[in-house]
Ligand binder design. Structure first.
Ligand SMILES: NC(=O)c1ccc[n+]([C@@H]2O[C@H](COP(=O)([O-])OP(=O)(O)OC[C@H]3O[C@@H](n4cnc5c(N)ncnc54)[C@H](O)[C@@H]3O)[C@@H](O)[C@H]2O)c1
Length: 358
C-alpha cells in the first residue's frame, strides 16, 4: 500500500496513527481538506481485518466529509477517525480517555463524535479530555437525537426535488413513497403528512410500521419489495444503501428521489441513468446533512443553538436548488453537479484566502 500516493491522489492533508498500549487503543485520524475550516467527522469503531483496510476506510470517509460539509454550506473541512477494534468487546473508559487526549492535541483542527460502532456514552468520556467533541446528548450541551434534524433536512430536500420536478415545492396531495420507517423515517413521515403529502411506507420491522401507523393512521403500508414500483411522485429511500441499481431503476414510477439513506446509487452510472430518464435525484450526502449540521452547530462558540441549527438545515433546500441549476447549466447528472458545487466553493474560498487579513 502506497500511502503517500493515495493521499496525494485524493488530496489528503494528514493521516495520523495513534496508539496507547495500556488501553489497547489503535486509532487513525485522517484530515482531508481544511480549506473551509477545521476538519469535522465522526469516529467509527470497526474490527478491520487488516491495517490497510482501516487506512483505506479513514481516507475514503474523511474525503466524503469534505464534500458533505462543503455541499451543505458548512464552514468545516473533512476529517474522520477510526478505532481499530471490536465495539462489542474492546471498549473501555481508558481507551476513550486516551482517544480524547489525542483529539485534544489537534487544538480544534479536528473534532469528532459518534459513527458506526460508537455511541454518545463513549464521547461523554472523551469530552472529559477535550472540548472538540460533538453529537452529545442535550444534558451535556449537545443537540440530542440527530435523527430529527436529519428528517427535517430530508423533508426540505424533498421539497427542493419537488420544485425542480414539478415547478412547485408544495407537497399538498403529492404521493411520497418512504422506504424505511426507522429513526429518520418516522420523523420524516410526520413532516410530510403535516405538509399535506400522501405517504406510502414500508419497513421490514413490524414494530416500526406500527409506531408510524399509531401516530399517522393515514399512511398506506406496502411490502418492502413493492415500494420501488408504487405509483408515486417522489421516492424517499431512508433504509439501505445501493438501492438505486439496475434492478430497481426500471421499476421506478416517480419523477424525483430524495432520502436520508447513505450511498443510494449502487454505482455512479446509476446517477447518469436517472439523469437520462429525467428523474430528479437529490444527492444523498446533501439531503441527509441535517445530522452533520447539528454537530457542527454544537461546536460554535457559545455551544448549540437549536433555532440556528434548524435554520442552517433549512438551507439544504437552497443548496439543492443550486445543484439543480449547475446540473441544467452543464447538462450533467445531479450527483456530478454536487461535486462541481463543492469544487467551486473550495476554489472560491481559496481565492478569498489570498486577501491579506491581519
Ligand atoms: N440518523 C441520522 O441522523 C442519519 C444521518 C445521515 C444519514 N442517515 C442514514 O439514513 C438511513 C436511515 O437512518 P436511521 O437512523 O433511520 O436508521 P434506522 O436503522 O433507525 O432505520 C432504518 C430502517 O430501515 C428499515 N429497513 C431495513 N431494510 C429495509 C428494507 N429492505 N426495506 C424497508 N425497510 C428496511 C429498518 O428496519 C429500519 O426501520 C441510513 O442509511 C443512515 O445511514 C441517518
Amino acid at each position: 500500500m502506497k500511502i503517500f500516493e493515495m493521499m496525494e491522489k485524493e488530496g489528503h492533508e494528514q493521516l495520523i496513527f495513534n496508539q496507547d498500549k495500556a488501553s489497547g487503543l489503535k486509532a487513525l485520524i485522517a484530515i482531508h481538506d481544511t480549506t473551509l475550516g477545521p476538519a469535522l467527522g465522526g469516529c467509527r469503531m470497526w474490527p478491520y481485518k487488516t491495517e490497510e483496510e482501516a487506512i483505506y476506510d479513514v481516507l475514503r470517509l474523511s474525503k466524503g466529509m469534505t464534500y458533505k460539509s462543503a455541499a451543505s454550506g458548512q464552514d468545516y473541512g473533512g476529517g474522520k477517525s477510526v478505532i481499530w477494534g471490536d465495539p462489542k468487546k474492546d471498549k473501555s473508559e481508558a481507551m476513550f480517555r486516551a482517544f480524547g487526549r489525542f483529539i485534544d492535541g489537534f487544538k480544534g483542527r479536528f473534532s469528532t463524535g459518534t459513527d458506526v460502532g460508537t455511541t454518545y456514552h463513549d464521547f461523554i468520556i472523551c469530552r472529559k479530555e477535550t472540548p472538540y467533541i460533538g453529537a452529545l446528548p442535550e444534558s451535556y450541551g449537545g443537540g440530542g437525537n440527530s435523527s430529527i434534524i436529519t428528517a427535517f433536512g430530508t423533508w426540505k430536500g424533498i421539497k427542493a426535488v419537488a420544485k425542480e420536478a414539478f415547478g412547485s415545492d408544495s407537497l399538498e396531495g403529492k404521493v411520497i413513497a418512504v422506504q424505511g420507517l426507522g429513526k429518520v423515517g418516522y420523523y420524516l413521515v410526520g413532516y410530510l403528512i403535516e405538509d399535506g403529502a400522501k405517504v406510502i411506507g414500508t419497513d421490514i420491522v413490524q414494530e416500526h410500521i406500527d409506531k408510524v401507523l399509531a401516530d399517522y393512521p393515514g399512511v398506506t403500508i406496502v411490502k418492502p419489495e413493492e415500494i420501488y414500483e408504487v405509483e408515486c411522485d417522489i421516492f424517499s429511500p431512508n433504509a439501505l444503501g445501493a438501492i438505486i441499481n439496475d434492478e430497481t431503476i426500471p421499476k421506478l414510477k416517480c419523477k424525483a428521489i430524495a432520502g436520508a439513506a447513505n450511498n443510494q446509487l449502487a454505482e455512479p452510472r446509476h446517477g447518469d441513468k436517472l439523469h437520462e430518464l429525467g428523474i430528479v435525484y437529490g444527492p444523498d450526502y446533501v439531503v441527509n446533512a441535517g445530522g452533520l449540521i447539528q454537530v457542527a452547530d454544537e461546536l460554535e462558540p457559545g455551544g448549540y443553538n437549536k433555532e440556528r441549527a434548524y435554520g442552517k438545515a433549512a438551507g439544504i433546500y437552497d443548496m439543492l436548488l443550486k445543484i439543480f441549476e449547475i446540473s441544467r447549466r452543464d447538462n450533467i447528472p445531479t450527483y456530478k453537479a454536487a461535486d462541481t458545487l463543492v469544487h467551486e466553493r473550495l476554489e472560491t474560498y481559496r481565492k478569498v484566502k489570498t486577501i491579506y487579513k491581519k
